[in-house]
Design a protein around this ligand. Sequence first.
Ligand SMILES: NC(=O)CC[C@H](N)C(=O)O
Length: 222
Amino acid sequence: MKAAVLQFPGSNCDRDMAVALRTSGVDVTMVWHKETALPDGIDVVGVPGGFSYGDYLRCGAIAATSPISGALKAHVARGGYAFGICNGFQVLTESHILPGALLRNAGLKYICRTTPLAVETTDSPYTRGYSQGQHIAIPIAHHDGNYTADVDTLDRLEGEGLVAFRYLDNPNGSARNIAGILSENRRVLGMMPHPERAFEAAHGNEDGRHFFSGLVDALVSA
Ligand SMILES: NC(=O)CC[C@H](N)C(=O)O
């Protein structure tokens, strides 16, 4: 199984994402933002966390117009798999690959801590490694994690079971406690918490491991 991990100037979770994927058995190629094509035979694209382009304009807004973003949009339009963590989620909403937007945290502060989540659906490659309703603890580190969308979109996401994760403590003011969502075809996921930072014993928490092992199981059997 092959993955591409995108790298923008200011990405800082790209190597963590690659380590989590590689440790899960995935062949990973790092792809610089100036590339206009993804490597051949890619099964999934990872859009990592960080501060792409210094968070200028809005988090993820400039990355959404970078050369590689055209290839990402084409990959998703073809039904390809992709996931964005934190700044990656912001890139996916700014690219209009996923609906809604990530606003400044309600408390106006950067928050860096581990937060409890509920797994809202197991019907996706990213969440199938968990059980329905399972409570997990995953680190967050962001200042713009306050998920918002219009009421119709929020109703649709909930009605179609496209909310992947919900905060149990809503640290940032997100609408309906949403921490992560899926695309309509369930092949694209965006989430603010960082499963790659809770991946191995040295992290003191391995709750993020099943995100990657579930993805590998799903795509190997796809
Ligand atoms: N860890 C991250 O990816 C942070 C995303 C973004 N820079 C924010 O602070 O909201």
